[in-house]
Design a binder for this molecule. Structure first.
Ligand code: ADP
Ligand code: MG
Length: 230
């Protein structure tokens, strides 16, 4: 395990984002335009399929971009991170099973209260667990650890392919992806959410051994009447 990554200001360089968007959307648009011209001469089912999938790609990219750019309605309330993690594991475990992946919760505290927008934290977990699943095409285990000291710590570890050291700085940059069908926006969205929660992220990775994302949040002590659930 090596190399600590501090993600901060560089995430939202507007120029970089704009150039990335232009590039990412122009490619499928160029393809669609080309196939429309072909279809004028020859109405072929395959052209339709390709155009449909290119349009779906644009839709996906724009959907994820909206999450970065449009401030959503947020509700920062006291929540037990352990409850949130359990929800997300329940949500993703059958999908993980189909990929021969198990998800193991490791809770080293009874409760872990943070002030957060529940849905946003769920989104971070979903993004990171999906990445972990995708990093283990032959299957494996994902451990999700929650512990508390003077902060709340969340560690998501996989046994996947790992990330080369020189690529760690690229994580969270708009459109950085190594996947054929990736958008390269999942970590950008996740890091932004974590930052908006006064959280910090670190990444440790070793090639062919696995990757751990460690996230820390300020710990709160909710009074009984503040609690969002329970
Ligand atoms: P996407 O998943 O669409 O590629 P992300 O922003 O979620 O976009 O991730 C960006 C890139 O970071 C991935 O393409 C992959 O190369 C790398 N990555 C992220 N998480 C992991 C992981 N757990 N193991 C290995 N590589 C990862
Ligand atoms: Mg992803």
């Amino acid at each position: 395990a090596r190399e600590i990554l501090e993600q901060s200001e560089k995430l939202t360089a507007v120029g970089q984002l704009a150039a990335g968007i232009a590039h990412e959307i122009r490619n499928p648009l160029t393809a669609i335009k080309g196939f429309l011209q072909l279809m004028k001469a020859d109405l072929n089912e395959n052209y339709y399929e390709i155009m449909f999938s290119e349009l779906s790609r644009i839709e996906l990219i724009i959907g994820e971009l909206l999450m970065v750019s449009k401030p959503q309605k947020t509700a920062y309330l006291p929540n037990d991170l352990i409850v949130i993690v359990n929800h997300v594991i329940a949500l993703l475990s059958s999908q993980a099973n189909m990929q021969n992946v198990t998800i193991t919760p490791v809770f080293e505290a009874e409760q872990a209260w943070i002030r957060c927008d529940q849905n946003q934290i769920k989104q971070v977990l979903v993004n990171m667990i999906k990445n972990a699943i995708e990093a283990m095409p032959k299957g494996g285990d994902i451990s999700i650890k929650v512990k508390t000291d003077n902060e709340v710590r969340l560690e998501i570890s996989d046994q996947g392919q790992g990330i080369p050291e020189e690529k760690l700085v690229r994580l969270g940059q708009p459109f950085y992806t190594t996947k054929e069908k990736g958008t390269g926006l999942g970590l950008l969205v996740s890091f932004n959410i974590i930052r908006n929660h006064q959280g910090k992220v670190k990444v440790k990775s070793k090639l062919n051994v696995g990757t751990t994302f460690s996230i820390s949040f300020p710990l709160i002590e909710p009074s009984a009447d503040q609690r969002a659930d329970s």
